[in-house]
Design a protein around this ligand. Structure first.
Ligand SMILES: Cc1cc2nc3c(=O)[nH]c(=O)nc-3n(C[C@H](O)[C@H](O)[C@H](O)COP(=O)(O)OP(=O)(O)OC[C@H]3O[C@@H](n4cnc5c(N)ncnc54)[C@H](O)[C@@H]3O)c2cc1C
Length: 307
């Protein structure tokens, strides 16, 4: 019998399962979707606390996650790299709260510069799954309607993202729709952010072979169809910011629903359930720190409370 069932195989479920496994737990993952079909597989995915409020817990999880990804670049973990970033600042802003996690953060006139982890999620999720299975873990594909359906373990980690709304009745969860376009990389190596561009939010995230262009933050919109007019607008404004994108071949369209939550992520223990959901636009940014927190709750030492 498993010691712990982790419900969910997105970035929060997989990292939690691995963290528990290395601490000696017998872990089974139960998931409705293959890791490659989760919201996590859609993420751009660059370390940055997108659409998440300042909170000491979040800063601690983000700082740990940054450190762990940085270590993984040294170990040459598949899909992980450190990416220089230029972020356009259109109004006078104080040093952001999250800069404490970023060793080389530097404020220049009109721009912030920093280097942050960037992860190609499809190979990275596949790598995490392979590590989990090589460690003796099993992944069971099925959707559950209630926690009582999970009777094979003493403890359950609820890493179901937006799916937690149905399982727990949590009314604070809501989707933030994100659409993005993947184009062939014309030779870009620096990430660019311009959140307050007059035509809409801009992010340009180069990867090994392509570039993710974004994006949208549509609060409360659960629609997963690709909107061609949105894609055209994203290409137009990202090309205005980075003219080398002109004419780049479109390879793919992405859409996903960020699991946002009023009050921030819920990471806390409730009886035999350890909740770990609601990471909004920052699941990759907070994953390893969250996984360590989950492991502390499993070991009975967790201190955090949900917001
Ligand atoms: C366009 C876009 C760009 C993004 N860019 C970034 C970025 O640059 N950096 C960053 O940090 N984050 C980014 N994000 C956010 C990030 O994708 C999410 O925060 C993250 O994926 C949430 O992970 P999760 O594991 O909580 O949820 P998910 O990936 O949604 O996984 C949930 C899991 O739970 C399972 N599940 C749900 N309900 C049930 C059930 N009833 N029974 C069984 N299984 C169930 C699902 O099958 C799935 O396996 C982006 C998101 C989008 C949409």
């Amino acid at each position: 019998m498993a010691d712990v069932i982790v419900l969910g195989a997105g970035i929060i479920g997989l990292t939690s399962a691995l963290e528990l496994q290395v601490r000696g737990a017998e872990v089974t993952i139960v998931t409705a979707d293959d890791p490659a079909d989760t919201v996590s597989a859609v993420a751009a995915a660059v370390w940055y606390p997108t659409r998440i409020d300042a909170d000491p817990r979040v800063l601690a999880w983000g700082t740990r996650t940054f450190e762990i990804f940085k270590g993984q670049t040294i170990d040459r973990t598949p899909g992980v790299t450190m990416r220089p970033t230029r972020m356009k600042i259109r109004h006078d802003e104080d040093t952001p709260w999250w800069a404490a996690a970023v060793p080389d953060f530097a404020a220049h006139p009109g721009e912030w510069h920093f280097t942050a982890p960037a992860v190609e999620m499809v190979p990275y999720l596949a790598h995490l799954r392979a590590r989990f299975e090589a460690g003796g873990g099993t992944l069971d594909r099925r959707r559950v309607a209630r926690f009582d359906d999970l009777d094979g373990a003493a403890l359950v980690v609820n890493a179901t993202g937006l799916g937690a709304a149905r399982l727990t009745g949590d009314q604070r969860l809501y989707p933030i729709r994100g659409q993005a376009v993947v184009v062939a990389n014309p030779g870009l190596t620096t990430s660019i952010r311009d959140e307050h561009h007059p035509l809409g939010p801009v992010y340009i995230h180069p990867r090994s072979r392509d570039v993710v262009l974004g994006g949208t933050f549509e609060v409360g919109d659960p629609d997963l169809t690709i909107r061609p007019e949105t894609a055209r607008a994203i290409i137009e404004r990202t090309t205005e910011v980075e003219p080398r994108l002109a004419g780049a071949r479109v390879e793919k369209h992405l859409v996903g629903l960020r699991p946002a939550r009023h009050g921030g992520p819920r990471v806390e223990r409730e009886g035999r359930i350890i909740h770990a959901y609601g990471h909004s636009g920052a699941g990759m940014t907070l994953c390893w720190g969250t996984a360590e927190e989950v492991a502390r709750f499993v070991e009975g030492q967790g201190l955090s409370r949900s917001g």
